[in-house]
Design a protein around this ligand. Structure first.
Ligand code: GLA
Length: 744
């Protein structure tokens, strides 16, 4: 056919086709989404506000997090382009489905295999509790009946907002949660400078700062337990700047209260806006949710400050001391721990002499570390005995009671070490209960430090682990302190108890751990608990709900501690930071540092000693007594004061940190030289912070006869000390000084 004829034929047919198409109109049944009333939801603290907008189409979006904006209702009038209005940009809790194709806070796999969830607003409730206003926003998918409650708890005085979700399967069939973040925070800033920490054994909390680009940034742990010995689930985010500042600019601090696998992602869109998703890592953990079941995610804790990183840290510290750390803000005792001084080799006599020495130096507690248990498989090294928690009769024939009573008779408290989640293959326990060990059928059960992990997903193991704590507490009347250790990461995971539901393992383990800790706290509200995991492998706000402090790191080298302790202070308060004076050469690094430097470093946290006191010379012992004595005079500031970092070991040759009482009448200042500073005329000048500019403070250096500062013993205004006149001489690597400031 000629082309013209073809065209004519086609034109003739055209109306017919259109008719046919009309008749066969494509139909697709959709569920109607009810329109809702447009409203602004403001989650407010004294100096911050999170503003959410409920649109008429039911989408809930985050408009603002940061400085107060006056009346948040002003946002009601804010209009968007149609495209923006309908887009999923900035959704308060983005779910896979609908128009949303980004990183999801929630992804659900339904029984029919679909993955679509679209969450629309159904209601909001506000409840007031002591010190806290809780706002709960209800969202629903109208097709599947999935429901999500977004809970925002605002702590007005501390400027902290915590966020978590309750995910409810109100459909008729089971579903699987593939993603289940605790929170989604949406921000709009020009630049985002992220400060977070990475690490490993004896090298926890190493600071890294980076400007966020457009690629997805993820901070994650898949270690199961010991989750924080790599990254920590906390960070600082400086906004609208490429430079880190302690004292100025907008900074958000975030921390997740969870002791297992976690994932925090930073996703920057083409417009430069950032979504931060935080929660449990979904790694190998699709969570099954039967009809009617609800899954509650852990809390993500946020604060915002316009006073730089220091301001954000202090907000978090104040909140943590009051609401999060068990016994937070109470002064915990100084102590001698037996580990580096005796390791596994001791008798009753060794311990009694250590107790004598601890009492003589003015310490307040003796802690018996590893090595006191196991008979068939005695705990003489780390390759046997874990699991068999009865007193080793060869080393301690008189029992723990005898040692504890001796400590008490000397005026000391008594503490003891356990590692209840673990078992050595060489133990009675491993033989009696092989099914309690984390394992995968047919595969080798790998060892780390010669040990295996017990399956806390199993309620029988929960009971056993609780029983270890409970029975240890009965070994002597008035045990004052338990050091709870956990020296192994989970590999080749698997729970004989969970059968085919292995996806539940990682989460059930942590839930099991928290069940145990909850029971312990019900029965033993007053015992001090240190959370240790090969050092700082469990530093998170989940375990701190039950624990008074953490063993910051097995690295007791005071030089390395400057870096670790500095970074830990970004998101955790000093009251949890156990810091011990150990011997030289240091057992981890071989480094040799002066005893004064070691004491000055340990005194900026919860002071302890971890060495054989018999090996100290008379002069060293006198210095120890002096440092311990002065620490007791100012330590309330370390435990309860506001922390100011005035020199960073990462950015300079010095580390400087100070604690100021709430009423600004007292302060303690710690300064350390951590690397050689080429001599400069006039010496190094520090600008102190946080003092009352108008008040005069008497400045007195501690633990020395001749001070390293010309102004020692004199009084100066806060403004003078903060203005660049404080220049103690710290001429060499390991020079250090501690000053106490008292307002007149
Ligand atoms: C871990 C801890 C140490 C010590 C030993 C005992 O490494 O971090 O402090 O308790 O275990 O084995």
């Amino acid at each position: 056919m000629k082309p013209t004829l073809f065209l004519a034929a086609a034109l003739l047919l055209l109306p017919l086709n259109t008719e046919a198409r009309k008749a066969k109109k494509f139909t697709h049944e959709t569920v109607a989404i009810p329109a809702v009333e447009r409203q602004v939801i403001a989650v407010e603290t004294d100096h911050t506000v999170l503003v959410l907008l409920v649109q008429e189409n039911g989408l809930v979006k985050t408009l603002h997090y940061g400085a107060p904006v006056g009346d948040p209702a002003q946002y009601l009038g804010m209009r968007f382009s149609e495209e923006d209005y309908n887009s999923c940009e900035g959704m308060a809790y983005p779910a896979t489905g609908g128009r949303f194709i980004g990183e999801p806070a929630l992804q659900v796999k339904y029984a029919d295999g679909t993955h679509n969830t679209e969450l629309y607003f159904t209601g909001v409730t506000v409840e007031r509790r002591e010190g806290c206003v809780s706002t709960a926003i209800d969202l629903k998918d109208y097709v599947t009946a999935m429901q999500v409650k977004l809970v925002y708890d605002a702590y007005p005085k501390e400027d902290v907002i915590t966020m978590h979700t309750e995910i409810l399967n109100s459909g008729a069939k089971p579903v699987e949660l593939l993603n289940y973040a605790s929170s989604a925070l949406y921000l709009d800033a020009k630049d985002y400078l992220l400060s977070h920490t990475w690490g490993s054994w004896a090298q926890e909390m190493q600071l890294e700062r980076e400007l966020l680009g457009h690629d997805l940034k993820v901070i994650e742990s898949r270690r199961g337990v010991q989750a924080t010995q790599s990254n920590n689930p906390s960070f600082l985010l400086s906004l609208n700047t490429r430079d880190y500042s302690e004292t100025s600019g907008e900074v958000i601090a975030g921390a997740l209260a969870w002791s297992g696998n976690f994932r925090i992602s930073f996703d920057r869109d083409a417009g430069g806006r950032l979504t931060i998703l935080s929660g449990i890592s979904p790694y190998a953990s699709a969570w099954p949710l039967a009809a009617g079941e609800c899954f509650t995610t852990p809390e993500m804790i946020y604060t915002w400050s316009s006073e730089g990183a220091g301001g954000a840290s202090r907000n978090l510290h104040r909140w943590a001391r009051k609401y999060s750390v068990y016994g937070g803000g109470e002064v915990n005792p100084t102590l001698l721990n037996s580990w580096e001084g005796a390791y596994f080799t001791f008798t009753t006599e060794t311990l009694l002499r250590m107790i004598d020495d601890a009492a003589g130096m003015g310490l307040e507690m003796f802690v018996l570390d590893d090595g006191w248990f196991g008979n068939n498989f005695p705990r003489n090294s780390d390759n046997a005995g874990l699991g068999d928690w009865e007193v080793n009769v060869k080393k301690l024939p008189e029992g723990i009671d005898y040692v504890a009573s001796y400590a008490h008779s000397k005026g000391l408290k008594f503490g003891i070490w356990i590692e209840p989640e673990m078992v050595n293959p060489d133990s009675d326990l491993a033989h009696a209960h092989p099914e309690w060990v984390v394992q995968s059928p047919g595969r080798e059960i790998y060892q780390g430090r010669n040990q295996w992990v017990l399956d806390l997903a199993n309620p029988a193991v929960e009971d056993f682990v609780y029983g270890i704590f409970d029975r240890t507490m009965q070994l002597a009347p008035n045990i004052d302190y338990i050091k709870w250790d956990c020296n192994r990461v989970i590999q080749s995971f698997g729970s004989p108890y969970l059968g085919a539901a292995q996806d539940k393992f990682y989460i059930s383990y942590v839930q099991g751990l928290y069940n145990v800790m909850r029971r312990i706290r019900e029965k033993y509200p007053h015992v001090l608990v240190q959370c240790c995991s090969s050092g700082g492998g469990r530093v998170d706000y989940g375990s701190l709900r039950y624990c008074n402090e953490v063993w910051t790191s097995d690295d007791t080298d005071a030089l390395q501690r400057a870096f670790i302790q500095y970074s830990q202070s970004l998101t955790y308060p000093a009251c949890i930071m156990a810091s011990h004076v150990s011997t030289v050469p240091n057992h981890q690094t071989s480094n040799v540092t002066p005893l004064k430097f070691r004491f000055d470093m340990a005194c900026s946290g919860r002071l302890g000693m971890e060495l054989q006191p018999r090996n100290l010379s008379g002069e060293e012992r006198a210095l120890a007594e002096r440092c311990i004595g002065s620490y007791k005079q100012y330590r309330d500031l370390v435990f309860r004061g506001d922390l100011y970092r005035f020199a960073s070991p990462y950015d300079s040759n010095y580390y400087g940190v100070m604690y100021v009482s709430e009423d600004k009448s007292r302060a303690v200042v710690f300064t350390y030289c951590v690397a050689f500073e080429p001599r400069t005329v006039g010496g190094k000048v520090f600008r102190l912070q946080g003092l009352d500019p108008a008040r005069k403070y008497k400045v007195v250096e501690q633990n020395v006869d001749a001070s390293c500062w010309w102004g020692n013993g004199q009084s100066f205004t806060g403004s003078f000390l903060m203005g660049g006149a404080f220049n103690p001489r710290l001429p060499q690597l390991y020079s250090s000084a501690v000053f106490v400031l008292e307002a007149e």
